[in-house]
Design a protein around this ligand. Sequence first.
Ligand code: FES
Length: 125
Amino acid sequence: MADIYTEKVKDHFFNPRNVGEIKDADGVGTVGNPTCGDVMTVYIKVKNDKIKDIKFKTYGCAAAIASSSIGTEIVKGKTLDEAMKLSRDDIANELGGLPAIKMHCSNLFSDAIRKAIKDYRKRIK
Ligand code: FES
């Protein structure tokens, strides 16, 4: 793998956490990046306004997979409002940095989690 990635990115790429699908998810968010063609889906279970469980499926590059993996770890247990505020910079910082051309990859996860939360909020209305 190209050495543009930190050890933490590599770790989360080779051993991604929370991969998969939640069949009875309370909220689902899918986003894609038309430029690179990468697609990501995030599934959440919600309890007491907090993210109780989260899984993701990503068809994408190493940075997208590492961002999804660490993103799920960051938001698990957080309130929905806290998770809504997660930015691509939060994710990149947690990974020890991402190359500038790969910042959109971490954006994909923050967009997907927001979409999943919006989906949940729509369902409970
Ligand atoms: Fe598009 Fe990484 S290159 S998500």
